[in-house]
Design a protein around this ligand. Structure first.
Ligand SMILES: Nc1ncnc2c1ncn2[C@@H]1O[C@H](COP(=O)(O)OP(=O)(O)O)[C@@H](O)[C@H]1O
Ligand SMILES: [Mg+2]
Length: 363
């Protein structure tokens, strides 16, 4: 799929901007703080319904203004869609797709597919498991509505269960209530874990290949699912196994006041040449690993949905040596990509746009 045009009104440092993107590589270049990342953020928001860099939506409204608007026209295999976003200074957000209001992220998630990469995404490798679950959850939710539904239900039930564990663990009927929540968690959890395992198995093949290339054919990346429950089993047994794990940790969970086992605690195990990258990866390895995982995500999306998502690459070239810059641009050659940099010096064919103090114009 591709983005045909983007219009911004009072979004971050853009008072008004309008731009048409081309197929393939679109390069947005300009000085620091000119608004390059802001533009990618507006696209990401139109896909995922949240910003990749803030949880405070109101920060996206141009300072002193009441509302920000983003309008995207995209072209998919069978038809065009228009996405309209409105965010107000209180952080209230509204979305419409083809003029029809959409009230939940779940409905927006399947419209425009994006994969976002910035130097900050290196945290995928070494930071807390939450980052890696987010990677899985966003990737899977963009591809499968059922996944998003199971995840939403799971999180809702988990919140109720944790509330019970925290506030009412002394209550006489606490075990009966926990039985109810645990049954729900095991059921939705089994769907979540089954999908994540499939996804990681496919991602492992793709990311391994890209990592091998990006590492100068020196390193072997390996990804697998890691869980506190026994998830090394056929999908039909997941629910039963999750339930046993929940039962086994019940007394401990009551003691601690929160639920310590389940997909909300799981992780992706990342190994490079057999060593745990989450502990030992160097800066360079973190970069190539995160990048390989993200490009893997693009490829899986394309293979499973029959069209590629749009790739958003924020400031990645400056982090790579020239050889790897070429390798990367060759790898992403077939996808519509929006790439930001301060200066574009490569000779890979690209459509160039200059970003300057909240303005964008084609060069
Ligand atoms: N809500 C806002 N209103 C006005 N300006 C903003 C807002 N949020 C960020 N900015 C400005 O946007 C600029 C940063 O834009 P950014 O896209 O991150 O730059 P870069 O081109 O380096 O990626 C800064 O000048 C910042 O002050
Ligand atoms: Mg930036």
């Amino acid at each position: 799929m591709k983005i045909l045009s983007l219009e911004l009104k009072n979004f971050r440092n853009y008072r008004r901007a309008s731009v048409s993107f081309a197929d393939g590589l679109n390069v947005l270049y300009g000085e620091n703080a000119s608004g390059k990342t802001n533009m990618l953020e507006s696209v990401y928001f139109s896909s995922v319904f949240s910003s990749p860099r803030t949880t405070k939506d109101k920060e996206m409204v141009l300072m002193g203004e009441e509302v920000a608007n983003v309008k995207l026209v995209i072209e998919k295999k069978y038809r065009k869609h228009t996405i309209n976003i409105q965010i107000d200074a209180q952080g209230k957000k509204k979305v419409a797709v083809d003029g029809v209001p959409v009230s939940r992220a779940g409905e927006l998630l399947g419209v425009l597919g994006v994969v976002f990469f910035s130097p900050d995404e290196m945290k995928l490798v070494k930071e807390s498991p939450g980052e890696r679950r987010r990677f899985l959850d966003i990737g899977l939710s963009q591809q499968q509505k059922n996944y998003f539904v199971a995840l939403s239900r799971y999180n809702h039930t988990l919140k109720q269960k944790n509330n019970l564990l925290k506030e009412y663990r002394q209550a006489s009927n606490v075990d009966e209530m926990l039985d109810v929540w645990d049954a729900g968690l095991a059921k939705e959890g089994a769907t979540i874990v089954a999908r994540r395992k499939e996804y990681i198995a496919t991602l492992n093949d793709a990311a391994k290949k890209f990592h091998f290339i990006l590492s100068g054919e020196k390193e072997t990346l390996s990804l697998s699912y890691e869980s506190g429950a026994n998830t090394d089993c056929p999908a039909e047994e997941l629910e039963k196994n999750l339930l046993s794990a929940l039962r086994a940790s019940r007394e401990k969970d009551k003691e601690l006041g929160y639920s310590t086992v389940g997909p909300h605690r799981d992780d992706i195990k990342i190994e490079i040449n057999g060593k745990d990258a989450r502990k030992y990866a160097s800066q360079g390895q973190q970069r190539t690993t995160a990048l390989a995982m993200k490009i893997g995500q693009v490829v899986i999306y394309r293979d499973e949905l029959g069209e590629a998502p749009v790739l958003l690459l924020d400031d990645v070239l400056s982090e790579l040596d020239e050889n790897r810059q070429h390798v990367l641009l060759d790898l992403v050659g077939g996808f519509q990509t929006l790439l930001t940099c301060t200066e574009y010096k490569l000779n890979n064919p690209a459509t160039l746009f200059e970003v300057n103090d909240g303005n964008i114009k084609p060069r």
